[in-house]
Design a protein. Sequence first.
Length: 218
Amino acid sequence: MDAELFPRSRTEIAPSAVHVPDWLDADRQRRLLDACRAWARPPAGLRTVRTPGGSTMTARQVCLGWHWYPYRYARTVADGDGAPVKPFPEWLGELARSAVADALGPGAAAAPYDIALVNFYGGDARMGMHRDSDEESDAPVVSLSLGDTCVFRFGNTATRARPHTDVELRSGDLFVFGGASRLAYHGVPKVYPGTAPPGLGLTGRLNLTLRVSGFDAD
């Protein structure tokens, strides 16, 4: 029997780490994709991220609000064209707060969101296990998926190794992690090319990671 006949359900993967399938409907996915395409244009557009050791990430990235590069934040694209980082729009912060409230409860999203990391994955792109630990806030991280399905590996807070749980993230899915899981290691070991919704018009996968910096405003 075709498993797609059965709805996927909201699941707590770890304490305060929740997967909400199909959180974005088709219209909201298209509108968010249009915004990502605008953000990807230069200046301060989509770029290849290089680590201090000289290697490159296979997922390309554009930032809003604060520019992240390994392993710090700046107000300009310090590892790229040097342009000021694009602003973080108020509507995206409202979307993040709504996501946290839906996933973790209405009292879980008090702080204003001010960072977005938008990662584009081609069919061969991956993301190694890492922690989102360069912020000064412990507010929950919000992850939104568009396009191709991926395997999202959610681990523990002590090590990149097991135990971990693999979650299939599809276009429109929401994943939120905070509380005891805020500093859990996580990554993307696999993307399934050609699995994006036909009507979306996206080849590849986009992931929006929304965060609270905790930094003093400039």
